[in-house]
Design a protein around this ligand. Structure first.
Ligand SMILES: C[S@@+](CC[C@H](N)C(=O)[O-])C[C@H]1O[C@@H](n2cnc3c(N)ncnc32)[C@H](O)[C@@H]1O
Length: 208
């Protein structure tokens, strides 16, 4: 039986794929990943499984193929609000190996030339926005992984209502991908910013 290899492929651009990740992808017999990741990184006649809202089916698919080298492609780093959390609920840690990737959060702070050891990292995916606002209020540096239901514009509205409109924010969209954009605005000015509705985004908020 082989270990299940969980590979962080970075935020999406080919240049952000590490050498170790590339080697693990090349070695794999079977690849699982989102459609975009499979299109970008999975070449050559191997069996694939496209991950969407079918994670439970993916578990059985993997279990049936443990005699093969199975690799799961994950955005950024798999351990940072990624698929590792889910896989750890279905497989033992000794059955998994992780190839770390460059997280979208790392890439965002790199663009801003900003150290981030003091940052609070939050995900807005499926999370109560009230709790999110409360944490942001009490933190001087935050990175939020935004989502379709919590875009930067929507969060900016809630944060402005909570009295945080004067804080600096940076909207880092489509990092490493064509169309990458990084914009700095006060939170209150983000409300009318059309690009703030794109959701493949890390929003950094700083209390300067
Ligand atoms: C499910 S989380 C996965 C995070 C991932 N594990 C990581 O380490 O970056 C997906 C979120 O990551 C952020 N993200 C992923 N790729 C991105 C990119 N290329 N540019 C900006 N944000 C990105 C977005 O907030 C997106 O909603």
């Amino acid at each position: 039986m082989h270990k299940i290899t969980v590979i962080g492929v970075g935020p999406g651009g080919r240049e952000s794929l590490t050498g170790a990740a590339q080697a693990a992808i090349t070695r794999a017999d079977v690849l699982l990943g989102g459609r975009r990741h499979l299109e970008t990184f999975a070449s050559g006649g191997r069996e694939t499984f496209t991950l969407a809202n079918n994670l439970i089916n993916a578990v059985q698919f993997i279990k049936d193929r443990r005699h093969l080298r199975v690799a799961v492609l994950a955005t950024g780093d798999p351990g940072m609000y990624g698929i590792l959390d889910f896989l750890r609920r279905h497989f033992e840690p000794e059955d998994i190996e992780v190839i770390p990737g460059i997280s979208a959060v790392q890439e965002a702070f790199a663009r801003l030339v900003m150290p981030w050891q003091d940052a609070v990292i939050l995900s807005a995916h499926g999370r109560d926005t009230g709790a999110l606002v409360e944490i942001i209020k009490n933190s001087s540096k935050v990175a939020v992984l935004t989502g379709p239901e919590s875009t930067p514009v929507r969060l900016a509205g809630l944060l402005t209502e909570a009295g945080l409109g004067e804080r600096a924010s940076f909207v880092c969209t489509d990092l490493t991908l064509p169309g990458e954009k990084v914009t700095g605005l006060k939170i209150k000015d983000l409300i009318g910013y059309p690009e703030g509705n794109r959701h493949n985004c890390v929003m950094v908020i700083v209390d300067e």
